[in-house]
Design a protein around this ligand. Structure first.
Ligand SMILES: Cc1cc2nc3c(=O)[nH]c(=O)nc-3n(C[C@H](O)[C@H](O)[C@H](O)COP(=O)(O)OP(=O)(O)OC[C@H]3O[C@@H](n4cnc5c(N)ncnc54)[C@H](O)[C@@H]3O)c2cc1C
Length: 318
């Protein structure tokens, strides 16, 4: 297998999800290369060696400054044609999903989407994808090459296997038809502390909070723990908290060391986004809430009393 992993960058850093996919690719085979594509990204390229890339292609060009998919499709399509990669892997994000879909269309290649695992069986690549509202896992394959795969965000943790990558500069040639879209404005959501994808500790809230202002309780607790705040779809749909923090089937998949779920019933669609967490603590006033079936520690009680006490306890301990 000759594998190429698309490494996304954001604010001067390689995105954790794509490094996780690179680590997984390196576990599956030796011949793993990566590509960074952006403006001012060349300095990021050598880092990929630590996560298992033998070669890193640096497509560093002002034409790639905006996070638009089609110019990146040009870069990847050229690499596949020139270097003969038979497999191209992506860690899911809004941009990566667009690039993967665009590359599939450009190359007439098969793209398997939303994978939560990859393995080699009899030298064949097999993907695993949740189906039927995440209640079953199906195995998927490819009919031809190159095989394209988009891995669900948060699925693989980056792991350093410690090597040096050979960095190759790429001449960037953007097709005329790839320049039809322009980024006019980018909004930036202000937030404090780590994002839920990066946090070691997540404090998540659901409808049991009762009203949007009660998220303050969770923000205080998250601050005391150095963590991030997440939410269920029910409260995101109600406009109580931003979609960027939604965990679950139609939100993000996270795997922090500690996940505290307050006022969350534990529906299957929420569970699939957080079940890989190290330790799950649930606070719910209903002893029969489904979340207690998979929580490591369950506290039956009113979150409005318990959460402030927990925060105070942590503050007192310093
Ligand atoms: C196709 C599809 C996709 C979906 N995707 C997602 C997804 O990505 N993420 C997601 O989260 N959901 C998703 N859902 C929705 C999911 O099915 C649930 O409806 C949702 O997770 C419930 O959110 P909740 O736990 O906040 O609310 P509820 O189910 O209403 O639970 C609230 C809980 O709070 C408890 N509670 C109430 N008051 C207190 C209190 N004072 N103290 C302590 N506990 C209290 C209650 O006992 C209850 O268990 C999806 C659904 C569908 C059909």
């Amino acid at each position: 297998m000759a594998t190429l992993v698309y490494l996304e960058d954001h604010e001067g850093e390689l995105v954790k999800g794509s490094l996780g996919v690179l680590s997984k690719a390196a576990q599956l085979g030796d011949d793993v290369a990566a590509v960074v594509a952006g403006s001012g990204v060349k300095d990021l390229a050598p880092q990929a060696g630590r996560y298992g890339a033998k070669r890193v292609f640096a497509a560093d060009d002002p034409a790639l400054a905006s996070p638009l998919p089609q110019p990146r499709v040009d870069v990847l399509a050229k690499l596949v044609a020139d270097q003969g990669f038979d497999t191209v892997l992506f860690g899911a994000s809004v941009l990566a999903a667009d690039v993967a879909a665009g590359l599939a269309a450009r190359l007439g290649a098969g793209l398997n989407w939303d994978l939560v695992d990859l393995e080699l069986r009899d030298r064949e690549l097999v993907g695993k994808r949740p189906a039927l509202q995440d209640s079953v896992l199906v195995e998927v394959g490819w009919k031809g090459e190159p095989r394209l795969a988009l891995v669900r965000s948060g699925t693989f943790e980056p792991s350093e296997s410690g090597g040096d990558a050979e960095v190759e500069d790429m001449a960037v040639e953007i097709q005329d038809f790839s320049q039809g879209a322009a980024m006019l404005e980018r909004a930036h959501a202000e937030s404090e502390g780590p994002s839920i994808e990066d946090a070691d500790v997540i404090v998540a809230g659901g409808r049991g909070l009762g009203s949007p202002d009660r998220f303050e309780l969770l923000e205080e607790l998250a601050k005391a723990l150095g963590g991030a705040v997440a939410a269920t779809r029910a409260v995101v749909d109600a406009g109580w908290y931003p979609y960027a923090t939604q965990v679950g089937q139609t939100g993000k998949t996270v795997s922090p060391r500690l996940y505290i779920a307050a006022g969350i019933s534990g529906a299957i669609q929420h569970k699939v986004g957080m079940q890989a967490s190290g330790t799950i603590v649930a606070i719910n006033k209903d002893p029969n809430a489904p979340i207690f079936e998979y929580a490591d520690l369950g506290v039956v009680g009113d979150l409005h009393e318990i959460v402030p006490k927990l925060t105070q306890l942590l503050r007192d301990r310093g």
